[in-house]
Design a protein. Structure first.
Length: 330
């Protein structure tokens, strides 16, 4: 006599079969989506740096929200917040921490010795105490360096070439950035050789930028040299506006300042360097150890001049300097 099953029993049997089916067919569970933490002094995730990083990831097949997740922990210019934000990323947890700037990298390194850290852009990681070697960083840190200190002397030379009659120059620097002290020292030495009097103006909080420029005005400085720093980069629109307000032609470490109205920049393309950080992320996700990956360095440096700003400041740029510029904004 054939057995009869109720509809409820049949449904239950089908449910069991469907649940067991992946095991029977050998199907593997879906891989966990990697989670990348980004630690920065920025105030928003909508910056040229982060956009370049996302482009780099897409070029390698990673699309945010589809096969990779990105957690932005941003300190909004407050260096003292970085320690807490770095600890939060470690606790989430994340698979890799990508940093912008020396201060963020130092905070990440203090928070973990296990989670891989990829430097998006930093000054000098050796003088900053982040690594002991560019070729063999060891530990859990690798990434990109902009070698900011070595460029300070060259920037002073360019400033002198652009304005041969200038004698008093303000230097905007952030003493909380370890590599900034070396950059300042090199700039001061170059200034002495060229007959320039360089006056340092220290700023560690974005809220103090206005006061710094007021102090520059009282000192009757004639030009501005801004040292490389993640906080300054994130405040570049404010800095270039203040420089224009106080009639100070400025030389900046990255072209992004010139795009915001700064007079001149000399250095590597910072967003492009940050884009290359995606390659380090890809290699680590595929099993590479960060300490075995040599730290990347920029191969080219660009000189960008904003003639609109020069005209607004009633400044004449020497033709030889214009001829050597990689780009002139007219």
């Amino acid at each position: 006599m054939p057995m009869k099953f109720s509809a409820a029993v049949i449904s239950a049997i089908l449910a069991v079969v469907l649940v067991a089916l992946p095991r029977v067919t050998g199907e593997q569970p879906l891989a966990k989506m990697p989670r990348i933490g980004v630690l920065s002094l920025a105030s928003t995730s909508s910056t040229p740096m982060f956009a370049a990083f996302q482009r780099g990831l897409r070029d390698l097949g990673y699309v945010e929200g589809q096969n990779i997740a990105i957690e932005y922990h941003l300190a909004a210019g407050k260096v003292e917040r970085l320690t807490e934000l770095a600890a939060n990323l470690v606790q989430l947890p994340v698979d890799i921490i990508v940093t912008e700037g020396n201060a963020a990298t130092e905070a990440a390194k203090e928070a973990t010795r296990k989670v891989p850290i990829v430097m998006g852009v930093v000054g000098d990681p050796i003088r900053g105490g982040i690594v002991t070697s560019l070729a063999q960083p060891g530990g859990n840190v690798t990434g990109i360096t902009l070698l900011a200190p070595e460029l300070s002397a060259k920037r002073v030379e360019l400033l002198k070439e652009a304005f041969p009659f200038v004698t008093h120059v303000a230097v905007l620097w952030n003493p909380s950035n370890r590599s900034a002290a070396e950059a300042l020292q090199q700039a001061m030495a170059a200034g002495e050789i060229l007959g320039l009097q360089l006056r340092p103006f220290a700023v560690v909080d974005p809220e103090d930028l206005g006061k710094a420029f007021e102090a520059m005005a009282k000192d009757r400085v004639e030009a501005l040299l801004t040292l490389g720093d993640a906080m300054f980069w994130n405040c570049r629109a404010q800095i270039t506006a203040l420089a224009l307000e106080h009639h100070l032609p400025g030389l900046y470490p990255e072209r992004d300042y010139v795009d915001e109205g700064g007079f001149m920049s000399y250095g590597p393309n910072a967003p492009d360097s940050f884009r290359h950080a995606a390659m380090f992320v890809d290699k680590i996700l595929k099993g590479a150890k960060p300490g075995d990956l040599p730290i990347g360095q920029p191969a080219t440096f660009e000189l960008v001049i904003n003639l609109k700003t020069a005209q607004a400041l009633a400044m004449t740029v020497p033709p030889p300097l214009l001829f050597r510029a990689d780009e002139v904004i007219r």
